[in-house]
Design a protein around this ligand. Structure first.
Ligand code: CP
Ligand code: NVA
Length: 337
């Protein structure tokens, strides 16, 4: 039995792998290290055999409320849910905060009567936490000010595809210590991998997130380093990751941040200090000419569209694990997306 066959036959025991206890994905911290691995394992199966999951979530309904714009997250949830046989509804919440018209708990108690899963993109992380507390159905964080868990899981899946054992992968994150950096450091910790984060003073990752990541790392053997110098961070790295210097909601800081982050641009000179085989990663959307140059993001080293593709596969796995969907045709092996 080759490894793919083994993985597929293990997945036929879904709905949930033994021990997958998480009800929500508000933070990477909602998942035990073993559950983070389970998401990546199921993602590999779902990506390799999409046809086996065509009706896995038949009859299930997903609703998205987004307070901020989105290309990738919205469409990967919509296409992912459709390819699992479920349906999704999108509510444009960009005109007002989710709880502006009525109490969040009242919204939660309505939604739980109609749909099976809630996906939120919000300014405040507390909004996602409160929805998860109030709703009797799973809640998924599709980006808050504090975290972007679906992104980090897709990113680590991408690294696993490219390099294999994540315990030997050295990721360098250069730029703003933001929501993406937070979920990356937590995912790194859970997976026992290695990350160096280089940020300007005052723009480092949240101290509570780092403390939690270090605690998880004590269990998994992960290596986490916080630095100021982007050159030190990328030395010999297997992958160099950056994100926008100006996250959604911080547009008024654009000019100030352009000066503060200028030395953190990922350009060809910085990439040359990483390993020769190093990948360039970015969650997108990118501000070309700011945090990354065209020459880097358009280079052979760039894996940004693999990351974007993997958002869909990872989110399908997350939906299956949270909603308990199983394979419909475990024996079929030749389906394509
Ligand atoms: N990476 C990401 O979340 O992209 P969107 O903002 O387009 O959803
Ligand atoms: N840090 C960025 C990520 C966008 C996907 C933001 O929050 O705008």
């Amino acid at each position: 039995m080759n490894s793919t066959t083994l993985r597929v036959s293990q997945a036929s025991s879904l709905p949930r792998p033994k021990g997958f206890l998480s009800h929500d994905l508000v933070s990477i911290r909602d998942l035990a290290p073993r559950e983070v691995e389970a998401v990546l394992e199921l993602t590999a199966v779902v990506k390799a055999r999409p046809g086996n999951f065509r009706a896995a979530l038949a009859g299930k309904q997903l609703v998205m409320f987004f307070e901020k714009p989105s290309l990738r997250t919205r469409l990967t949830f919509e296409s992912g849910m459709a390819s699992l046989g479920g349906v999704s509804f999108f509510v444009d919440q960009t005109h007002s905060r989710l709880d502006a018209r009525e109490k969040l708990s009242d919204i939660a108690h309505n939604l739980e009567r109609w749909v099976n899963v809630i996906v939120l993109r919000t300014f405040s992380h507390v909004t996602v936490e409160q929805m998860a507390e109030c709703a009797g159905i799973p809640v998924i964080n599709a980006l808050s000010e504090l975290e972007h868990p679906c992104q980090a899981l897709a990113d680590y899946f991408t690294l696993q595809e490219k390099f294999g054992d994540l315990k030997n992968v050295r990721l360098a994150y250069v730029g703003d210590g933001n929501n993406v950096a937070h979920s990356l450091v937590l995912a790194c910790a859970s997976l026992g991998s290695s990350i160096r984060i280089a940020t300007p003073a005052g723009y480092g990752p949240d101290a509570h997130i780092v403390a939690d990541a270090r605690e998880i790392a004590r269990e998994t053997g992960a290596n986490i380093e916080l630095l100021r110098d982007p050159h030190e961070a990328v030395q010999g790295a297997d992958a160099v990751y950056t994100d926008t210097w100006v996250s959604m909601g911080h547009e008024h800081e654009s000019e100030q941040r352009a000066g503060i982050f200028a030395d953190y641009q990922v350009n060809e000179a910085l990439m040359a200090e990483a390993a020769a085989h190093a990948l360039f990663l970015h969650c997108l959307p990118a501000c070309r000419g700011k945090e990354v140059t065209d020459a880097v993001i358009d280079s052979q080293q760039s894996a940004v569209f693999d990351q974007a593709e993997n958002r869909m596969h990872v989110q399908k796995a997350i939906l299956l694990l949270l909603l308990g969907g199983g394979m419909t045709h475990p024996a079929r092996r030749s389906d394509h997306a």
